[in-house]
Design a protein around this ligand. Structure first.
Ligand code: MSP
Length: 652
């Protein structure tokens, strides 16, 4: 079967610092799209890289007392290392300082010249250095006294006047409008397309594409006194990266170009949706099929960026939570077509609830029960019960919905629809009560395990593009090894529930944030979260006993809360001073604000673990832990004991 070529790109990143979460986000989207297309059986090529020329880089290098090339070289391993940590499987990493790219970009410019779209003249305008762009052209009689601000980054601009080569962008106004009309899906999402069309409709001016003032750049062909405008240099990476301008790679170029999709953030739409198509039209090259424009990751309501100083380090995040949970979080939490707020609380919620509880526990429970009742080798049922058939139907719907959303690049919808199916599988499993059925009807028990394994297999395969390593682990536990070479969605036959599973015992698939953090050697924050019904079942099944030696290790003392105050900025924590009789007084923090106002707690008595290692919460040290129990209304109750028991009495 002939495979379709699928070529996906990321923007190339300015290398003035290490990658941040925003750069990871774009790259991750491209990786998920590439992997999804591998699953669809397409011959995929994924290009990413770095944008290394221009004033901005030269200035940053000068500030670091380095030559520009040495300066950028220093960051490349940070990018490659971060992408490797997140299991980003690019096929090629392009650097605009690479020789083949320099030659290719020059050839592309010569092509534009030969077609008559480049001329030399003088340009004067307000220039934004951080954005490498002229903001306003200065015309005769311009009386402006104050520098206008850059509409993209909001910073001040300065006047630049220079002899320059122009690209006849104005010649493409109508052609571009016609192209957008004939290709209504060229720019996704639609809102971005409207902005572009409005901009082009207002008329395009010719574009200055060379600089004499910027020395750190590709020499302009036939006139090395000029350097090539950094955006012509950068955009041409999409073709030089697949062989353009390299005589030995002509076939590769024709095989790969045009790209199926360019990924980009909303700040660089104009360059990709107006300039790039116009350059390609001028050079008589085909246009990319689609631009997928994503929103910004914001921190504290502001775009995360090096210049705003609010960057989140993807490497640190990975060290604390693991790469795959962060991959999942970014795809699930962010709607690709909108801005989204990043928050650690959301990361932890997603990991705890979606990954550890919903998915990890489902696998764990299945394996624990199957092992307990000696059913690790699971044959498919010959006749399925109505409940199992209902689950199978739900799995078919899930595959259809997931595929539709993934093909539209609506990853958050794809994942939320798949999670509905995970909930259905959990409901099926719980409703069937296999731990009881095992004792009365072993065949039905086997059917429940088999149906759950079929569902888990579907889930594992669909989720592979998002969490490849974890899903390979999940499939391994089912004895359904994942091999990309012979696995496409088509030949996986997800619809046929006729698989034989050879289950393998596993370690926990996803650690809860507290465990993951403890393993990353970070302080842990206590949260009085109740256990879900599903977890209780696992607990029942997995009960492992402790000995009296373990019990006596815990120092449990009675005490009275002497004072209690609010912990500002936390919606859960209160800070208590606890009188522990002869053991003195302790500061103890507890996550019970939802059940008690601090004043209500003063004078109340309770039980405290007092030999727990002190830990920091909300910037304060907690020197113990209060024991509580949740009542039927979800209110947390303190443990009661008679007044005749004084403070500081050890429980035994
Ligand atoms: N070098 C140019 C792109 C040239 S492509 C031919 C550039 N580089 S960049 O490093 O500034 O940005 C690269 C990409 O990262 C852009 O798509 C940008 O939108 C994205 N992000 C940068 N910060 C971001 C967030 N805070 N959130 C999401 N993506 C963001 O522009």
């Amino acid at each position: 079967m002939k495979k379709n070529s699928f070529y996906v790109t990321t923007p190339i990143y300015y290398v003035t610092a290490k990658p941040h979460l925003g750069s990871l986000y774009t790259t991750l989207l491209a990786d998920v799209i590439a992997r999804w297309n591998k699953l669809l059986g397409n011959d995929t090529f994924f290009l990413t890289g770095t944008d290394e020329h221009g004033q901005k880089i030269a200035q940053a290098a000068a500030a670091a007392h380095k030559e520009p090339k040495d300066f950028v070289d220093g960051f490349i391993s940070d990018y490659k290392h971060a992408w490797q940590m997140y299991d980003i499987q690019y096929d090629k990493f392009i650097r605009t300082t690479d020789e083949y790219h320099v030659k290719g970009a020059q050839k592309f410019t010569i092509e534009l010249m030969n077609k008559g779209y480049i001329y030399k003249s003088v340009y004067e305008g307000w220039y934004c250095t951080p954005c490498e762009t002229f903001v306003v052209e200065i015309h005769a009689g311009d009386q402006r006294l104050k520098a206008p601000q850059c509409p993209t980054c909001g910073r001040d601009t300065h006047i630049v006047s220079e002899e320059t080569y122009f690209f006849k962008l104005s010649a493409f106004t109508d052609k571009l409008l016609q192209f957008y009309k004939e290709n209504p899906h060229f720019i996704v999402p639609k809102e971005r397309a409207h902005e572009v069309i409005n901009f082009v409709e207002s008329g395009l001016k010719d574009l200055s594409i060379s600089r004499t003032t910027v020395k750190w750049g590709i020499p302009f062909p036939h006139d090395p006194h000029h350097t090539l405008y950094v955006w012509v240099d950068a955009l041409s990476n999409y073709i030089t990266g697949v062989g353009y301008g390299q005589p030995d790679k002509i076939n590769e170029f024709h095989k790969r170009w045009p790209a199926q999709v360019h990924l980009l953030g909303k700040d660089i739409v104009r360059f990709h949706a107006v300039f790039w198509p116009a350059f390609l039209m001028a050079a008589d090259l085909p246009l990319p099929k689609q631009l997928l424009v994503h929103g910004w990751i914001k921190v504290d309501k502001q775009k995360m960026s090096k210049s705003f100083g609010n960057v989140i380090d993807p490497v640190e995040l990975c060290n604390t939570y693991g790469a795959e949970p962060i991959r999942y979080y970014l795809l699930r939490q962010m709607a690709v077509n909108q801005d989204g707020d990043f928050s650690i609380a959301d990361v932890e919620n997603r990991i705890e609830s979606d990954l550890a509880n919903d998915l990890g526990n489902l696998l764990n429970r299945t394996l624990v029960l199957a092992e307990k009742y000696d059913c690790m080798n699971v044959a498919p049922s010959v006749v399925w019960s109505p409940a199992s058939l209902e689950l199978r139907d739900a799995s078919w719907d899930a595959i259809e919905d997931f595929t539709e959303h993934m093909n539209e690049y609506m990853f958050h919808h794809a994942l939320s629809s798949l999670w509905k199916f995970i909930h259905s599988t959990n409901a099926y499993f719980h409703g069937q009560e296999p731990w009881k059925v095992a004792k009365t009807d072993i065949n039905l028990f086997k059917e429940i395990i088999s149906a759950t394994c079929h569902s888990l297999r579907t889930i594992g395969l669909l989720l592979w593009p998002v969490m490849p390593k974890k899903m390979e682990e999940l499939l391994h536990n089912l004895g359904a090894e994942f091999k990309l070479e012979d696995h496409t969605l088509e030949n996986l036959e997800l619809n046929s529930w006729n698989k034989h599973f050879m289950l393998k015992k596993s370690k926990t698939l996803f650690d809860k944030p507290a465990v993951a953090k403890a393993m990353a050697d970070e302080p842990v924050q206590e949260e009085g979260k109740s256990m879900s019904q599903q977890q209780e079942v696992v607990q029942q099944e997995e009960k492992s006993y402790i000995t009296i030696d373990d019990v006596v290790k815990v120092e449990l003392l009675t005490g009275t809360i002497e004072a209690c105050t609010d912990v500002e900025g936390s919606d859960k924590l209160v800070k208590m001073t606890v009188d522990l009789g002869s053991h003195g007084k302790r500061t103890i923090l507890a996550g019970i604000k939802k059940s008690y106002a601090p004043a209500e707690l003063v004078g109340k008595r309770g039980l405290f673990i007092t030999n727990l290692k002190p830990r920091k919460m909300a910037g304060m040290e907690s020197q113990g832990m209060m024991l509580v129990a949740e009542d039927t209304n979800g209110k947390v109750q303190l443990v009661q004991f008679p007044d005749s028991v004084g403070n500081g009495v050890r429980l035994r």
